[in-house]
Design a protein around this ligand. Structure first.
Ligand code: ADP
Ligand code: MG
Length: 353
């Protein structure tokens, strides 16, 4: 089953939640809808589920226009951010709820619910009530419930954001495993870029109700199409540069440009992992701070002009590259993205997280 958003527009009074969203999710694909709070992710998902009707544009499931089909006839399973289980029903009855509404026989309901609970790693927990389950377990039940009627499409609205970090990672891996196993076309909404990059076949970045870029995770990360995507996905240094011909001079280096330069004076966008830091007794730069992250350490380095850069180095170099050390700074030789220099940035580099 494919899911297609075609020119989807939805307003709430003066607020434009969706502003002509175009996106096609392929059969069996998991697409992450990624964007900041308020960019229209939930509205887009609710339009697919049938809880929301667009002002204009269409939603197609498997090529059929379902824009006017009621939610209960759309074959979409949905999981919400907050635990949406019925508190007075145990896990089994929560999972079986949709089957009960459809008047399936009790025995069938129960065996199917237990089967699904097993699928999401909750075998034997069918008798537990929501308050007897952890947050992660409750979301597993919600996932089982969404899958109970064998939907054509799975819709996940920030399903992990209320969970703590460890559970979030393990549950997202499990959702992905399950999704691949079932081959179910899935739209996974998140504002967490790491989550989007790690779980999806493709990431669709939304801004102000429009699609900003869609592509494989590595493509979104390495080749952001717009400054917004570059900023939103991962961390970027902005270093002032000067374009000469097809190259840009940055930190005294001449680097090839990816794409076309918007002018002579530009901001060069460089990831922290592309900044090289080497000890140099009379080096022009100074390590100001270091935060150890295990496999890597992130350094904050001050340049001669007082601007600062972030640099990621291998974790085992963290002791050697300590705050107070004078260093040389360079950019790993590879094409870089350049954008028009921000009017406010003067000649100062801006570090953004
Ligand atoms: P996201 O899920 O990306 O955070 P939403 O789709 O929930 O964004 O919301 C997009 C925009 O539409 C926001 O500005 C939000 O305040 C607005 N909005 C969403 N639902 C409603 C509603 N029922 N009434 C009024 N405004 C809404
Ligand atoms: Mg939302």
């Amino acid at each position: 089953m494919t899911v297609e958003f075609r020119g989807l527009r939805r307003t709430y009074g003066p607020t434009v939640a969706l502003d002509g969203l175009d996106l096609t999710v392929a059969q069996g694909e998991l697409i992450a809808l990624l964007g900041p709070s308020g960019c229209g992710k939930t509205t887009a998902l609710r339009c697919v589920a049938g809880f929301e009707r667009p002002d204009s544009g269409m939603v197609l499931i498997d090529g059929n226009d379902v824009t006017r089909v009621p939610a209960n006839r759309r074959d979409a399973g949905m999981v919400f951010q907050s635990y949406s289980l019925f508190p007075n029903l145990n896990a089994r009855d929560n999972v079986a709820f949709g089957m009960r509404v459809r008047r399936r026989p009790v025995a069938e309901r129960h065996s199917r619910a237990d089967e699904l609970l097993e699928l999401v790693g909750l075998a034997g927990r069918g008798d537990r009530y929501p308050h007897q389950l952890s947050g992660g377990q409750q979301q597993r039940v919600a996932l089982a419930r969404a899958l109970a009627l064998a939907p054509k499409v799975l819709l996940l609205d920030e399903p992990l954001s209320a969970l703590d970090a460890k559970v979030r990672v393990s549950l997202r891996e499990e959702i992905r495993r399950l999704q691949l196993e079932l081959g179910i076309t899935t739209v996974f909404v998140t504002h967490d870029q790491e989550e989007a990059l790690s779980v999806a076949d493709r990431v669709a970045v939304l801004k102000d109700g429009r699609l900003e870029q869609v592509g494989a995770p590595a493509e979104i990360y390495d080749r952001p199409a717009t400054p917004f995507v570059a900023e939103f996905v991962g961390t970027m240094n902005h270093i002032p540069g000067r374009v000469t011909g097809d190259r840009v001079e940055v930190l005294g280096q001449l680097l090839p440009i990816d794409g076309t330069a918007p002018g002579e004076l530009v901001d060069v966008l460089v990831r922290p992992e592309a900044v090289r830091v080497t000890p140099a007794e009379a080096g022009p730069a100074l390590i100001m701070a270091s935060s150890f992250r295990g496999s890597t350490a992130r350094l904050r380095v001050q340049l001669a002009d007082d601007s600062q850069l972030l640099a990621d180095v291998p974790g085992h170099d963290a002791v050697r590259l300590a705050p107070g050390l004078r260093v040389d700074v360079s950019v790993v030789e590879r094409p870089v993205l350049v954008t028009a220099r921000a009017a406010t940035s003067d000649d100062e580099s801006v570090v953004s997280a």
